[in-house]
Design a protein around this ligand. Structure first.
Ligand SMILES: Nc1ncnc2c1ncn2[C@@H]1O[C@H](COP(=O)(O)OP(=O)(O)OP(=O)(O)O)[C@@H](O)[C@H]1O
Length: 242
């Protein structure tokens, strides 16, 4: 059953067309990896899903709700889709546990004790139980990103969106974040991931999408697309990311 549907979606920034009549249906439990050259519209596509950017044409439906400007239920839609950014974006003045408890307390109205208990359980899940009382600046980048994943999970989203989650990390720290993402995928979370990590795409992705100039150029099985790309521009792109 589908959870995300782009129907003829366009997105303009002024006269610049960044998404060009995109049709895309994502089913529950899929792990969709988005790749493509810089400026092809990957981040924008992702950001439209939770209403961080508003589409300018067509229709976008997430879990039955239209993501349109002026929709009174936009807040609800934003909670359906948790987002993890390249630059972690944790609250620096809050501990790891407080960062994770923030959404449930202030968005979902969960009480303090319950929000804290849940936060500790999520930190445990991402391997950071011992760091619960630490502030972001005392954590490594990989640890901060795992806190950011726990924070996004805390509001119980139906979809997780990742925008180059490991691009800001040193190689040795990337893997710990990718492992957490792999576990989430194995648990059945629907995920849309912009990444250059081709081994993640091959091993964890259920679907790979290659974007070009705001359009979906290739959409298929990651293993086939990576091992035997037929589209010449995809082939060229893969040569550069490998
Ligand atoms: N808020 C904005 N205002 C104006 N132009 C924007 C805005 N956000 C993105 N763009 C432009 O839209 C195009 C697509 O950007 P987007 O970030 O979606 O691409 P991308 O494929 O994710 O690229 P990258 O791999 O470099 O992150 C780019 O030309 C970018 O400059």
């Amino acid at each position: 059953m589908s959870i995300i549907e782009f129907r003829n979606v366009s997105k303009h920034f002024g006269s610049l067309k960044v998404l060009d009549e995109v049709d895309l249906t994502i089913d529950r439990g899929e792990v969709v990896v988005l790749i493509g050259p810089s400026g092809s519209g990957k981040s924008t596509l992702l950001r439209c899903i939770n209403g961080l950017e508003m589409i300018t044409g067509g229709d976008l439906v997430v879990d039955g709700l239209s993501v349109l400007a002026g929709n009174a239920r936009l807040r609800e839609i934003r909670q359906e889709a948790g987002m993890v950014f390249q630059q972690f974006n944790l609250f620096p003045q809050l501990t790891a546990a407080e960062n994770v408890a923030f959404g449930p307390r202030h968005v979902r109205g969960v009480n303090r004790t319950q929000a804290r208990e849940q936060a500790l359980a999520l930190l445990d899940k991402v391997g950071l139980k011992a760091q619960a009382e630490q502030y972001p600046d005392s954590l490594s980048g990989g640890q901060q990103q795992r806190v950011a994943i726990a924070r996004a999970l805390a509001v119980k989203p139906k979809v997780m969106l990742f925008d180059e989650p490991t691009s800001a990390l040193d190689p040795e720290l990337k893997q710990e974040v990718l492992n957490v993402m792999r576990t989430l995928a194995e648990e059945g979370m629907t995920m849309v991931v912009v990444t250059h990590e081709m081994s993640f795409a091959r091993q964890v992705g259920s679907r790979l999408i290659f974007m070009e100039h705001g359009k979906i150029a290739v959409d298929g099985d990651p293993r086939d697309m990576i091992s035997a790309p037929t589209n010449p521009r995809l082939k060229d792109f893969l040569r550069h990311v490998h």
